[in-house]
Design a protein around this ligand. Structure first.
Ligand SMILES: [Zn+2]
Length: 262
């Protein structure tokens, strides 16, 4: 499994950092976790054809996690050269994709094209997944990648995702509460299999809060990637200080373009 961090910023685009999006590659199949970045250009820059996309998964209904879908939808749906593209977008409640059609094409009659039950001829198919069970709710399994959602409490309909493929297990926490009281138990539970990688946020949490190292240090993972980082609140020096506190977990600060293979 290969993770390419397409966008690692929080809230707003920063210099050299788009909003959240990670490309997950399993063999020849491509998946996206959050689409806050201009992923169409970013995929083209990497010579990844849109037809290799097998699914996109949105953690929660904040714009910096899904706004890139607007341009991707326009590009993929409007041009015949992308007729071979077909993939689902799994999004939580709270995002009105029906309005996307009017925004892009100004055709209110086309509303139904972006409702949950999209007709099969649409290339990008939007699916709403319901709020997950605390024990985990499976939302996707194509035989290559399995995605299980876990509720977190950042805003209503917020989720962490467990991705499983090729015998590897990765958790994306999505956005969390500042005090990390919703840090997903699937990461820390000694009754669960250890993880190969955790990608957590640093937009809301304060890495210098006294309790933060203890909470993140309970992660049962080899590597902890800090992404979606607010540089003013959590400068790189705090990531480095955290790394010292929670050894032997390897702590990595993500940047746009970073690739991690597990
Ligand atoms: Zn958010």
């Amino acid at each position: 499994m290969k993770l390419t961090f397409l966008g690692t910023s929080h809230g707003i685009t920063e210099k050299n950092a788009f909003c959240s999006s990670t490309l997950v590659t399993v063999g020849g199949a491509q998946y996206l976790v959050d689409v806050g970045a201009p992923v169409d250009t970013l995929l083209l820059n990497r010579d990844i054809p849109f037809r290799d996309l097998r699914g996109a998964f949105i953690t929660h209904p904040h714009q910096d996690h899904y706004v890139g879908l607007a341009q991707l939808t326009y590009t993929v749906e409007d041009f015949g050269c992308f007729a071979d593209v077909a993939f689902p977008v799994y999004a939580p409640e709270g995002i009105d994709f029906s309005a996307l059609n009017v925004f892009l094409w100004g055709d209110p009659r086309g509303h139904d094209r972006y409702r949950v039950e999209n007709p099969p001829e649409r290339r990008i198919r939007f699916r709403v997944y319901p709020d997950a069970d605390p024990a985990g709710s499976p939302i996707f399994d194509d035989g290559t990648l399995r995605v299980t959602a876990y509720p977190v409490r950042h805003i209503p309909h917020s989720h962490a995702f467990l991705l499983e493929a090729e015998g590897k297990r990765v958790v994306f926490t999505g956005d969390l509460l500042r005090d990390l009281s919703d840090y997903p138990r699937v990461i820390t539970d000694p009754g669960k299999e250890p993880l190969d990688l955790v990608v957590t946020e640093a937009a809301h949490v304060r890495l210098d809060d006294p309790d933060t190292p203890a909470i993140l240090g309970r992660s049962r993972t080899k590597t902890l990637v800090i992404s979606h980082r607010a540089p003013g609140r959590n400068p790189l020096s705090l990531v480095e200080a955290l790394a010292e506190r929670i050894k032997p977990i390897e702590v990595v600060a993500a940047h746009d373009g970073m690739i991690v293979e597990i």
